[in-house]
Design a protein around this ligand. Structure first.
Ligand code: ADP
Ligand code: MG
Length: 672
């Protein structure tokens, strides 16, 4: 009860404080207790002055010998205090203007100091050291204007007293099984650890709680879906559709389409992830299913993460489906009012069968006649609320997610709950793999010459920079880069730029020009990463390649692997670290996305990979999926076990879990 209360119940927390805390997203007592330190100063071990190296930061215990205050010319004070440690070594302690501490330090008294010690003739010297109550770790916190650490700590100490034993979220059985501290002890030790072990054991327990709630949340969320009944496909016939295709399906594509059809022929909602390397032909899977649903007079929505991609899919869907009398619509942000209201009207009456769009699809004014299939491209992640919004437009719909970054099954299960996975593990025939080279910037000139050569053959080129404009970090940026190209031989070549801060309509215009070959060179940030298909582009140069993850680099170069022309990718990177050499080596030696994703996993761990794929928006307070992946696996197992025994979380020992899971689902869970 107490933990859920507002922090207003704490002494000294009034309106102003509450506002300050609000900035740190703290409103309840529990929020405050879970405002974990961002780091610690290690004062756990007392050293002697003699053993300190020059400029070493350390904690020592000293006895004050004498002290004096000196006034400077501009009326400020310097306080000089002489002290010695137990070996008789002398240290000069200096404070500027801190009369309070000066007065507090008594001659003959013993004090514990923490600071940076430097050599000073025959003694040591330390400026403005911290005075410690006891040796241990000192927590550092994220603070906000007006809220000092002292205030925070004093509020924390008060809040700590309100923790009652029975309020523990983790059942005792789990705490015993995994040797975990109770909540109260963990909270104390995370804020006020005396030893490194205190911190580790506190962290272990708090991470466990967070990941367990997450996993139960994911599992429960999925199960809610499964309970609903939805439309089931009947009398499936794709013959006509397949005859109209300009190519024949690979056997992997056929298999995956079959798998989806099987799911959709049941009246429980499909929940399937289709993964396949860039260029493996995922789109046609979505088109084939859309065909079947449209023929059954049900509507389909396809969500794309960017307007560029939505427009591209719209074109593809039209070209494959219009011939069968299936009507496809496009809903993006920039539509004119009349266009939009016409479109919405047609959706409502079922006149449009397939609607392709971006986030604009979430709005309340979008109403469907009989929405039955939701497809999202490129692992677009929704928050629970967003997804619910879309799903509420249908009573229950089948869900298909397409992703170009393959992940191992065990990982997928942890991140998405019980999700079925189909894999397109085969590329359409006659694909020429992208030749990839790692160069340092010294070789850039010859790379540019090579690019000019490709353009003179009538091809197009991408340049990818990590930044948009000049910043402090000396990374290549789109704006300068486009300028420098002109000075470096790109005189008559038509150069376009593309980045995330441009208006959507401007982005489309540039992309369209590139597609229609009115632009030869596109200098861009990673906004081109997802799905964009310009088959005449044959070369890509990626600057500061060390900045990108392997899977991301693979996605990027996938943009030039879309045709039967020979394609090239140059990774420019001056980083000669062992890790970077290894990474660049992987990129140059394989074009197999699965292989690369596996290497990425080994080199960087799962956490980073998900972050990069924008799976990282988990808002964990303390867990770190890279570091705590093993714990996530354990929590998954325990979550299943808990739900198996008590699905509704009605048992006494699960009540706290239930409460927290509900909060988590509503506030922070993101799902596919
Ligand atoms: P991705 O899996 O990256 O989304 P796409 O669906 O965009 O790939 O397909 C890439 C290109 O390959 C498209 O131009 C598409 O028309 C073509 N394609 C897809 N399947 C086949 C196939 N079976 N045979 C030949 N070309 C194909
Ligand atoms: Mg695609």
């Amino acid at each position: 009860m107490q933990l859920k209360s507002s922090i207003a119940i704490l002494k000294g927390v009034g309106k102003t404080r509450m506002q300050q805390y609000e900035k740190l997203k703290i409103s309840s007592v529990k929020d405050l207790l879970c405002h974990f330190p961002v780091g610690y100063i290690n004062c756990s071990e007392a050293k002697t002055l003699k053993e300190l190296k020059e400029k070493e930061k350390a904690a020592v215990e000293v006895k004050i010998l004498n002290k004096k205050a000196m006034k400077t010319r501009n009326n400020k004070y310097i306080f000089k205090i002489l002290a010695q440690d137990k070996e008789g070594e002398i240290v000069e302690i200096i404070y500027f203007n801190n009369a309070y501490i000066y007065a507090a330090l008594k001659i003959g008294g013993f004090y514990k100091l923490y600071g940076e010690f430097s050599d000073n003739f025959h003694s040591k010297k330390v400026l403005s050291p911290l005075i410690l109550n006891e040796f241990g770790f000192i927590a550092k916190y994220g603070l906000t204007k007006g809220l000092t650490k002292n205030v925070l700590v004093s509020n924390l100490k008060q809040a700590f007293k309100l923790i009652e034993d029975h309020e523990d979220v983790l059942p005792k059985s789990l705490r015993v099984k995994y040797n975990l501290l109770n909540f109260k002890a963990a909270i104390f030790k995370i804020h006020f650890p005396k030893t490194a072990q205190d911190y580790y054991s506190a962290r272990k327990r708090l991470v466990f709680e967070e990941l367990l709630i997450w996993q139960i949340g994911i599992l429960k969320f999925r199960k809610q879906d499964e309970k609903k009944k939805c439309f089931a496909l009947k009398d499936v016939n794709l013959k006509e559709f397949l005859k109209g295709l300009p190519f024949s399906l690979t056997s992997a594509q056929s298999r995956v389409i079959e798998e989806c059809i099987k799911d959709c022929s049941k009246n429980t909602p499909m929940n399937r992830l289709v993964q396949g390397d860039v260029g493996s032909g995922k789109t046609v899977v979505a088109v084939a299913l859309s065909f079947l649903f449209a023929k059954a007079k049900k509507e389909v929505v396809l969500m794309a993460p960017t307007e560029i991609l939505a427009r591209q899919h719209y074109k593809t869907f039209c070209s494959f489906l219009n011939g069968f009398g299936i009507r496809v619509g496009l809903l993006v942000g920039g539509l004119k009012k009349r266009e939009k209201s016409e479109l919405l009207e047609k959706l409502k009456t079922g006149e449009i069968n397939v609607i392709v769009g971006t986030h604009a699809l979430f709005y309340d004014d979008v109403v469907f006649n009989n929405l039955s299939l939701i497809i999202t491209d490129e692992q677009h992640r929704f928050g629970v609320k967003q997804r619910e919004k879309l799903k509420n437009k249908a009573y229950a719909a089948h869900v298909l997610v397409m992703s170009a970054t393959p992940i191992p099954r065990t990982l997928a299960l942890i991140f998405y709950g019980d999700l079925n996975i189909s894999t397109i593990d085969e590329l359409p025939p006659n694909r020429v793999p992208v030749k990839t080279f790692w160069v340092t910037s010294k070789k850039r000139d010859s790379v540019l010459k090579f690019v000019l050569g490709e353009i003179s053959k009538g091809h197009q080129a991408y340049f990818v920079c990590p930044a948009i404009e000049e910043g402090e970090n000396f990374k290549a940026n789109v704006l300068n880069y486009a300028e420098t190209l002109k000075e470096n031989g790109f005189k008559k070549e038509r150069i376009g730029i593309l980045h995330g801060r441009m208006e959507a309509c401007l982005k489309n215009e540039v992309m369209l020009k590139f597609l229609n070959r009115e632009i030869d060179v596109l200098v861009s940030t990673t906004v081109i990463e997802v799905g964009v298909d310009v088959s005449n582009a044959t070369v890509m140069v990626i600057e500061n390649a060390e900045m990108f993850g392997l899977s991301q680099l693979h996605q990027l170069r996938g943009r030039v692997a879309r045709s039967c022309f020979k394609a090239y990718c140059f990774l420019v990177s001056d980083f000669l670290t062992k890790e970077n050499k290894q990474r660049m080596g992987v990129m140059c030696s394989t074009t197999d996305g699965f292989e690369i994703s596996k290497k990425d996993l080994v080199l960087r761990g799962p956490g980073d990979i998900f972050k990069e794929q924008q799976h990282g928006k988990f808002n964990f307070k303390i867990a770190n999926l890279k570091r705590d992946f093993n714990c996530a696996k354990i929590c998954r197992k325990e979550a299943e076990e808990i739900l198996r025994k008590d699905y509704e979380l009605k048992d006494e020992e699960n009540l706290k879990i239930k409460e927290n899971v509900e909060k988590f689902i509503n506030n922070s869970l993101t799902v596919l």
